[in-house]
Design a protein around this ligand. Structure first.
Ligand code: NAP
Ligand code: 3JN
Length: 335
């Protein structure tokens, strides 16, 4: 059944990816409405060989829309999702606005597709760093019950939007060109040739010393896995990579599971691609994950410092599976 779809934030990094994926997956579209800020109104975007005109987002933007894909930040979602619901649309929201609300399912289709039916008009898409981690960990949790997760992320700048990608590219060129006068607009420190342990870059640290990205990983993981006993601790870090988040993940399980068993499990897991051939220097890489749908897992080995521990390296395209693809998979399930 073809439906009318609105993309809110159509001119952004996630919005651009929404359009590529809607086109490549032949999503059954009757009408496509591209929405962004006043700044972009009138801009043309090509989709399936046709030029579409971007419209300014207003409270009247959702008339006749069946599915609204939101990706313009949490404050825009808080303000406009209610208008979309009033118009009868179902909203798949990429922002953090509603993720932890009890009546809003937080869904990764490979992990908790059954939660979709519990929606009351809004389904939330998790944070990109959470999505790729739970896709890889759910099969292990099902077999050996994960007690604790320790994760450190290496997040690409595209996670902070198109302006962040532009800043990394211009700063890199400026440094390589020997210029010492680069003016940063977004990151608090040099991101080119550097590593910043602060995500998001513009938020104050919380009183306990964590960032909101780290707190999202803790709370969202428990909600998606449906297990509030899992202990999670995260350190989220920005690296000068354009596309593809990488994660070093350590899990402690209740039941012993060997590295060989984990490899076997993950080689058959939905949405996962095992790349684990250390003898041939094969392991997941951001450069190889960019533009791909899968969550890549490798470097699987037992943590020899505890009885039941596994270490692994998880990489995925943050704009794709981490945002646009996951949301479109939810929309496909809705249909
Ligand atoms: P981006 O590249 O900066 O794009 C922002 C988009 O929001 C643009 O289309 C922009 O339109 C639109 N926008 C901004 N202000 C608006 C307004 N007042 N009214 C209507 N549209 C407005 O950012 P992005 O990387 O695509 O991310 C967008 C949002 O998606 C994030 O803020 C976040 O909530 C969510 N996100 C989620 C994940 C995830 O992990 N699931 C990952 C990345 C992003 P203009 O071009 O007209 O300014
Ligand atoms: O920085 C990253 O790599 C992921 C960023 C996600 C993000 C960026 C701005 C606002 C989010 C998110 O998905 O949690 C939000 C937000 O909606 O709060």
């Amino acid at each position: 059944m073809a439906v009318n779809v609105a993309v809110v934030g159509a001119t952004g990094a996630v919005g651009e990816e929404f359009l590529k994926i809607l086109e490549s997956r032949k999503f059954p579209l009757k009408e496509l409405r591209l929405l962004a800020s006043k700044r972009s109104a009138g801009k043309k975007i090509r989709f399936c060989g046709v030029d579409y005109t971007v419209q300014e987002l207003t409270k009247h933007s959702f008339q006749g829309i069946k599915i609204a894909l939101f990706s313009a930040g949490a404050s825009i979602s808080r303000e406009y999702v209610p208008y979309a619901l009033e118009s009868g649309a179902i909203c798949v929201d990429n922002s953090s606005a509603f993720r932890m609300d009890d009546d809003v399912p937080l869904v990764v289709p490979e992990v908790n597709p059954h939660d979709i039916v519990k929606h009351h008009g809004v389904i939330a898409n998790p944070n990109c760093s959470t999505i790729q981690m739970v896709v890889a960990l759910k099969p292990i949790h099902d077999v050996a019950r994960i007690k604790r997760i320790v994760v450190s992320t290496y997040q690409a700048v595209s996670g902070a939007g198109l302006k962040a990608v532009d800043e990394l590219q211009r700063e890199t060129a400026s440094i390589l060109g020997g210029k010492g006068d680069f003016k940063r607009n977004l990151f608090p420190h040099q991101i080119a040739f550097n590593v910043l342990p602060q995500i998001p870059q513009n938020d104050a640290f919380l009183p306990n010393g964590y960032t909101s990205e780290e707190v999202k990983m803790v709370n969202e993981t428990r909600k998606i896995m449906g297990d509030h006993n899992i202990r999670v601790t995260a350190t989220t870090v920005r690296v000068p990579v354009i596309r593809g988040h990488s994660e070093s993940v350590n899990v402690e399980t209740e039941k012993k599971i060997t590295a060989a068993e984990v490899k076997k499990l993950l080689s058959a897991a939905p949405g996962v691609k095992l790349v684990d051939d250390p003898a041939n220097q094969l392991y997941p890489l951001a450069t190889a994950a960019a533009g791909r749908d899968e969550v890549f897992v490798g470097r699987i080995r037992e943590d020899e410092s505890i009885d039941n521990g596994i270490n692994m390296w998880i990489v995925s395209d943050n704009v794709r599976k981490g945002a646009a693809l996951n949301a479109i998979q939810i929309a496909e399930k809705l249909l």
